[in-house]
Design a protein around this ligand. Sequence first.
Ligand code: ATP
Length: 621
Amino acid sequence: MFGRFEKLVHPYPDALPPPPPRSFFAFLWTCSKGVRPWLLMVTLFTAAIGAFEALLFSMMAHVVDLLAKVQPTQLWAEHGRTLTLLAVVLGASVVFAALQALFKYQGVFGNFPMRLRWNFHRLMLEQSMGFYQDEFAGRIATKVMQTSLAVRDTWLIVTDIMVYVVIYFVTLLAVVGAFDLWLVAPFLGWLVLYVAALWYFVPRLGQVAQAQADARSLMTGRITDAYTNIATVKLFSHAQREAQFARGAMQEFMSTAYAQMRLVTGFETVNQILSVGLIAATAFVSLALWSGSLVGVGAVAAATAMAFRLNGISHWVMWELATLFEHIGTVQDGMATLSRVQSVVDKPDAKALVVPRGEVVFENVVFAYGGKKRVVDGLNLHIRPGEKIGLVGRSGAGKSTVVNLLLRLYDLESGRILVDGQDIAGVTQASLRRHVGMVTQDTSLLHRSVRDNIVYGRPDATEAEMVRAAERAEAADFIAGLSDAKGRKGYDAHVGERGVKLSGGQRQRIAIARVMLKDAPILLLDEATSALDSEVEAAIQESLYRLMEGKTVVAIAHRLSTIAAMDRLVVMDQGRIVEVGDHATLLAAGGIYARLWEHQSGGFLGEELDEDGTPAPVTAG
Ligand SMILES: Nc1ncnc2c1ncn2[C@@H]1O[C@H](COP(=O)(O)OP(=O)(O)OP(=O)(O)O)[C@@H](O)[C@H]1O
């Protein structure tokens, strides 16, 4: 039976929804897709329960009146049917409450936020690199988690708790009104004052909660920052300073906590005064009516009991309203990120890229990060199928940017990039990236096993293919010796967050193995061997050359010796190509390349290439 209700809302729908709208109510409404019928069921049963609770007092009054009139020995004989009916009504209320709980807890409570997380997470994975460079990864994750919960709670507070309160109060007025209209007066008077108190306190509590959330994230941010950069903190012996820095944020948090607690004490007191006033007024009015024989004892008991019960409810409502404001704040905050329109998107008619040859053409490519200064400025380059290009230039010349543009991590300002004649802006991003293998300078690995990290390049690869790739990347030997804290060894060992448990060179070799396994026709190497020592580099260079066979390659390296043997070297400066040629031609030309080479080789400008065409390795200066 639970299972049936648990399956009402599918937490992982297949279809990826478009980014939700950016206005608050539209956002909430869109988020509720797939859950609405069940939210409505919760509302209906809650309304029934609210009405029932108030009617319970009327039933109680009825029983009390019976007791006042009937002889004890005659009670069952005369009123047995009425009492049985009351027992049946009570029993029915249990069924209502159970159904409400099933819809609410089994149907909505867990599934609704998980459905939102699943959708938001997939939307975030589709976001461009630019998006992630503007936002902290941790903040995005927090927004995905928190906003999902806040959307659920906003819906539930409105459709469940508020409905309960309204129905309860309306029924209550009807019940006391049925005793005598004068009895309605204390409750209405209380309502006016209570709403005025809410009017005053709830927005203030909402504001202070918002300030507190900001102060909390500042405090957490400072503390996390210190832990993340613990090496720097220790290196400079700044533990004290860090502690003081965090204390500043803690104090800011405390000031919001004090402000909040003042409001709470204020409201608690006002609420208590109102409740006592209501009980006293109800007792006074009902007793006065009873003295005039206008109502029975039952009405006095029921009206006073209702006044008592309202005391508890009024408390609860204030807190629910205050958290509602907090949730609204969280939703509004998360909305800005989660409803961001994706910037690099597949065209509706995008086809899969086909790469029979591997020709790459840059045509008048212009690009600026965030539309500001041009980082690539009118770049034209024709890379023939199977050609190996070395991209050279000073730091900041735009080399990595060119490589990122070929992967379509960003969209161009103008111009086109063609792969085998197909504009990469018109093909699906997934198909483009399937055809491109890339090894970058700072490889971070996923916190999974070594095997999982390598087969990330080709999930359907066999074990033998995976091991072969590791061997070719000179990684097999050190992998055999790996073990993690849980005793997993070799390819099963987990590598730690971002691969921190491995050395830079080891990480790099796993990354190279991954790309070897992927075996894509276009290969991009961005400082691929920079983290390796000379011995390993020499060994890997061999396998990289093997990897490059038959592929179109664009390689960036600061250590020019590693790319000097490429078919063509392209020298960039300030986003433009300034020199093109092979190693010898560029040296002879005496331009930027010759100067860079001179720096690195200590002035041996005319250095000869080895027999195999590779210049003797030199270390960067
Ligand atoms: N995500 C980014 N947002 C804004 N500007 C960026 C971004 N990435 C790079 N830049 C800027 O673009 C310019 C080119 O950077 P790029 O990384 O392409 O140079 P590079 O030639 O690869 O340098 P290096 O050799 O140091 O890696 C630099 O001025 C850099 O500051």
